[in-house]
Design a protein around this ligand. Structure first.
Ligand code: ZN
Length: 245
């Protein structure tokens, strides 16, 4: 709790700088954020492949109903298509991050292509919403050390996940809820989807229903819902405190 209060007193930039300073350089190469320590009764809901219509809007309604803030990794070309949805996400207090411009698997991309995918998505986000997070999630989770080095060179912080709902398979909400429930340990970053990289307008109604049920379930079990940014700030503060002690 002391760490939380300290975190609240720092500016986001100071915390972010602290986070970077505290990370031993040797761990930077290939390291990605995947959540907090287990048993922490915290959870970050993350949504990839949007913005999407109408399912991003449905999801916004569900998250607002529960007063939960989530993290959205947006595809740049969909942001160009519908910047209004990206703005609605930010206006509602959610965090938006970079999921590349056209969703290639970066394992197979040249350095030049990787850089172009990241920067064109950044520009799409900046044009749509202005200031936004430095978070980046590689499509399909695919990355090589060079991918992460390029991302960090552009000031981006790679984020993966610890639990996936498997909701891109078109399975019913119960499947997604069960799959998440099997793997939650506390401190998790949950991967879900409000869109599909294959096409704008994909049906994500089951992800929306699953979200509604998952929030109700885990809140009743005492969980708190954080954005990925808030989770990273918590970890930064706890690192600083342990360095001081
Ligand atoms: Zn994706």
């Amino acid at each position: 709790m002391g760490g939380f209060v300290l975190g609240a007193g720092l500016t986001g930039a100071a915390v972010a700088a602290g986070y970077q300073c505290m990370a031993p350089r040797g761990q930077w190469y290939g390291r990605t954020f995947t959540g907090l320590q287990p048993e922490s009764k915290q959870m970050a809901l993350t949504y990839d492949d949007g913005p999407n219509d109408p399912h991003t809007f449905r999801l916004l309604e569900v998250l607002a109903k529960h007063d939960v803030k989530a993290t959205f990794f947006l595809i740049g070309r969909f942001v160009r298509q519908r910047p209004d949805i990206a703005r609605d996400l930010v206006r509602a207090g959610h965090v938006v991050g970079n999921h590349t411009f056209s969703h290639p698997n970066l394992i197979f991309a040249t350095a030049k292509r990787t850089r172009a995918e990241l920067t064109t998505c950044e520009h799409a986000l900046s044009d749509a919403v202005g200031e936004h997070s430095r978070l980046f999630r590689p499509p399909f989770g695919g990355r090589r050390p060079n991918t992460l080095r390029i991302a960090r060179g552009l000031g981006l912080e790679p984020v993966m996940w610890s639990v996936t709902g498997g909701d891109w398979k078109g399975k019913p909400a119960e499947f997604v809820e069960r799959k998440v429930g099997q793997h939650v340990r506390g401190g998790d970053v949950i991967l879900l989807h409000d869109g599909s990289h294959a096409a704008f307008g994909a049906d994500r109604s089951q992800s929306v229903i699953a979200t509604d049920h998952l929030i109700a379930r885990y809140r009743s079990e005492g969980y708190k819902f954080l954005t990925v940014q808030e989770m990273m700030e918590k970890r930064a503060v706890s690192s600083q405190l342990s360095a001081l002690s």
